[in-house]
Ligand binder design. Structure first.
Ligand code: ZN
Length: 126
C-alpha cells in the first residue's frame, strides 16, 4: 500500500489517500456540477482518505438530493474531494491535487455519466 498526499492550491487543506493498486476509477463526470469543475477524479473507499489539515476551512456544497457531499477550500476555492451519491461508501478526489502527479501522463480517463442520474424537481425536494 502507498499513501499519497493531496493539497488544495493555497495548501490550507491537506489530505492523505491510501492507494492499494495505484489510482483507481480515473474519470471525469458530465453532471452539471462536475462539468463546470472539469476535474479529473479518482476513487477510494471512505476509510482510505483522511483530511490531515484544514478541515475547518473546507466548505461543503450540496445540491438537488443533497446526498453527495462536495468539499472545496474556502480560501482558494479548489475542489479537493467529495462523497459520492451513487456510491456513498466512496470518496472521489481531485487527482490534480495529489503531489507528484503529472496530469499530462495520466492514461485513459473514463467518463462517469452523472448527467443521467435522476434529478429531483425543486417542488419535490424535502
Ligand atoms: Zn486552499
Amino acid at each position: 500500500m502507498q499513501t499519497v498526499i493531496g493539497t488544495c492550491h493555497c495548501k490550507a487543506v491537506e489530505f492523505e489517500v491510501d492507494l492499494i493498486d495505484g489510482f483507481e476509477n480515473i474519470r471525469r463526470c458530465n453532471c452539471s456540477l462536475c462539468s463546470r469543475k472539469g476535474a479529473v477524479m479518482a476513487g477510494v473507499t471512505l476509510d482510505r482518505l483522511r483530511v490531515t489539515r484544514g478541515a475547518d476551512v473546507l466548505s461543503l456544497y450540496q445540491w438537488n438530493t443533497k446526498i453527495a457531499r462536495h468539499w472545496f477550500c474556502s480560501v482558494c476555492g479548489i475542489y479537493t474531494h467529495h462523497q459520492r451519491r451513487s456510491a456513498p461508501n466512496e470518496y472521489g478526489f481531485n487527482l490534480a491535487c495529489i503531489e507528484g502527479v503529472d496530469m499530462a501522463s495520466i492514461g485513459e480517463i473514463g467518463r462517469s455519466n452523472g448527467a443521467a442520474q435522476s434529478l429531483v424537481p425543486p417542488e419535490e425536494l424535502p
